[in-house]
Ligand binder design. Structure first.
Ligand code: PMP
Length: 293
């Protein structure tokens, strides 16, 4: 992925893709001092751009460093990346990290670097799963206690367990893994939030120890606009037997139906289908108008 055509915004300059390099002694590589964002452009416009860049700055603050660009500067830079690469439907990846000026746990003298890359992007999960829903399994690792790790930061280091669990799921033929939190309540997937439906009511875990996704909040407001109740509550794995529908949400995942989690099965129904369509119409206004016309 490191050698291809394209331009990357790197500390304020637009440079060729292949030249976007860091030194071996980059602090972030050794000590996990990096935060990132994942956003999507639809028809050349980045969805919820400002919210993502705000979160990037907040994630860094939680990790005790300040992103040396304002939200407005980051917004402008991200738009420039889309334009410079002539992208329309794309994934955009901002990253902020401590550099290689000092090695050790103390890293006060390191430069804070920021880069934004973008590339063409299709579906995150297999679109073939849209009919029946994806097959998920429960993960072994749990989301940590907020007293143990900076769980509200989109910190690179928190993805270590996500990659382990995603690989384990893939090797066993599942699309993804559902992680519990440290108490044993259902938390989220390795890169997406999770929702359930029972008797016309939508349920989702309380985001007190995992990322309160921008898509999660968007879908909750779409559901409320439809007049559906959305209840945030603690959900145990055994509670899954009572739910009839399940879906996941995320910038990359969008709204994706789930067919099973381990022994529990679900049937994508009216609420899942409607929210998938409402989300698609919200992010892709041009396409939905074209389809309607
Ligand atoms: N949880 C995790 C672990 C994620 O990586 C993501 C994707 N950023 C989400 C939830 C969903 O967040 P968002 O809707 O802001 O993309």
């Amino acid at each position: 992925f490191d050698q291809r055509d394209g331009l990357i915004w790197f500390n304020g300059e637009m440079i060729p893709w292949d030249d976007a390099r860091v030194h071996l002694l980059t602090h972030a590589l050794h000590y996990g001092s990096a935060v990132f964002e994942g956003m999507r452009a639809y028809d050349g416009e980045i969805f919820k751009l400002t919210e993502h860049n705000q979160r990037l700055r907040e994630s860094a603050e939680i990790l005790d460093f300040e992103v040396p660009y304002s939200v407005a500067e980051l917004d402008k830079a991200a738009r420039e990346v889309i334009a410079a690469n002539k992208l329309s439907d794309a994934y955009v990846r901002p990253l902020a990290w401590r550099g290689s000026e000092q090695m050790g746990v103390s890293a006060q003298k390191t430069r804070i670097n920021v880069a934004i890359a973008a590339w063409e992007w299709g579906a995150y999960f297999d679109p073939a799963a849209i009919e029946k829903g994806m097959k998920l399994k429960f993960a072994k690792y749990r989301r940590p206690d907020p007293a143990t790790a900076p769980v509200h930061s989109k910190a690179a280091g928190l993805y270590m367990i996500c990659t382990i669990e995603k690989h384990r799921a893939e090797r066993e033929g599942f699309a993804d893994a559902v992680m519990l939190d440290w108490r044993g309540y259902v938390a989220e997937c390795t890169g997406a939030n999770i929702f359930f439906v029972k008797d016309g009511v939508i349920y989702t875990p309380i985001a007190d120890c995992f990322l309160n996704g921008i898509t999660r909040r968007t879908v909750m407001s779409l559901a409320k606009q439809r007049g559906w109740d959305v209840v945030e509550k603690r959900i145990l794995p055994e509670d899954l037997a009572d739910f009839t529908e399940c879906f996941v949400t995320g910038t990359a995942a969008e709204v994706m139906p789930v067919g099973s989690i381990g022994e529990y099965s679900f049937t994508p129904g009216e609420i899942t289908r409607t929210l998938m369509a409402d989300y698609a119409a919200l992010v892709h206004p041009a396409k939905s108008i074209a389809a309607a016309g």
